[in-house]
Each structure stands twice: as structure tokens, then as C-alpha cells.
Design a protein around this ligand. Structure first.
Ligand code: PNS
Length: 162
């Protein structure tokens, strides 16, 4: 059984992310979900503490999963928990381009390897950016996020009456 680090901004955590966590725990054993800062995504809807608590609630059925926030670099977070590797989910070839550059950089600076997990095709369109946008306009995102996240977004933004 190995420990792996699954870093992301998770604003918010969605069903595609949950699928990656479930696959990673089945493959490796222990998964540390790391809530981290993405400098390309400065404006979020959920605080770091809210993200940690919503991911914890969404993964409560998975005994070998822990959720923490980390400052700084993903490689330092991975080394601090003795992770075998960083795990990332892939939806599309566009994700691959971005992830491949990050994976090579993380290996070059710290020798930390990355393993990609393909998300299930039924989640391949799900994106935190679109979920934020739809929720902020009162739309229904409950088919794309765990129930804890759906409830939190509904209390943050007034849902439109159906
Ligand atoms: O869910 P995201 O936004 O695609 O996750 C990106 C994230 C947070 C994993 C990435 O921005 C990251 O690793 N941030 C920590 C800072 C870092 O390690 N930067 C160097 C990346 S090569």
C-alpha cells in the first residue's frame, strides 16, 4: 500500500474529482487530497477551509483518504507526506498538454513523478469553472457535484426556482 498526493484547487470539488480519488485509492491505497493554490485561478468562490471540509464530507465513504491544505509547491507537499507520486486526472487531450508540462517540471525540480488517471467518460465535460458560473447564476449543478458541495453552493448563491 502506497500513499499518493492528489493536488488541485478544487473550487469546487466535483464528481470528476471524486472519481479520480476513488480510482487512486483503489490503485495505490492511501490518498492525500491536497487543496492548493493555482496562480492561474485567483478568484475563487469557496475559502480553502470550506474546500477542505466539503472534500472531507464528499470522501467520507473512503477510509484511506485524507484531505488537507498545503501552501507552496505540490512537490513539497508530496515529499512531506512521503508520497510515491502525484496523481492527476485527465479528461481530454487539453488536460494532457497542461499536465504533461507540470509533470516534467515537478520531476525536474524535485524528482517527484506523476501518474495520470483517466476520468470516466461520463465526467469528461465536468469543470469547476463552469460549475462556478452556473451556480453563481442560480443554476442547478447537483448532477455534477457531490451533495455536500451542491448544498454549500445553494446556500452561497440563491438557486433559481424551477
Ligand atoms: O485543480 P487545478 O487548478 O488544475 O490544480 C493546479 C494545481 C493547484 C495542482 C497547481 O497549480 C499546483 O501544483 N499548484 C501548487 C504550486 C506549484 O507546485 N507550482 C508549480 C507547478 S509545476
Amino acid at each position: 500500500m502506497s500513499t499518493v498526493l492528489y493536488p488541485g484547487s478544487f473550487d469546487p470539488f466535483h464528481l470528476g474529482h471524486l472519481d479520480v480519488v476513488e480510482q487512486a485509492t483503489a490503485l495505490f491505497g492511501e490518498v492525500v487530497v491536497a487543496v492548493m493554490h493555482n496562480p492561474d485561478k485567483p478568484s475563487g468562490v469557496l475559502s480553502t477551509d470550506q474546500r477542505v471540509s466539503l472534500i472531507s464530507a464528499s470522501c467520507s465513504h473512503l477510509p484511506n483518504v485524507s484531505v488537507r491544505s498545503f501552501p507552496g509547491l505540490a512537490v513539497d507537499a508530496a515529499l512531506s507526506v512521503n508520497a510515491l507520486c502525484i496523481v492527476k486526472g485527465l479528461r481530454t487531450s487539453g488536460d494532457f498538454e497542461v499536465e504533461q508540462q507540470m509533470a516534467h517540471t515537478n520531476f525536474a525540480v524535485a524528482g517527484v513523478r506523476s501518474v495520470y488517471v483517466p476520468c470516466q467518460p461520463r465526467f469528461s465535460f465536468v469543470s469547476s469553472r463552469f460549475i462556478r458560473d452556473i451556480a453563481a447564476h442560480g443554476g442547478d449543478v447537483s448532477s455534477m457535484v457531490p451533495s455536500a458541495v451542491s448544498d454549500a453552493l445553494a446556500s452561497l448563491f440563491s438557486p433559481r426556482s424551477k
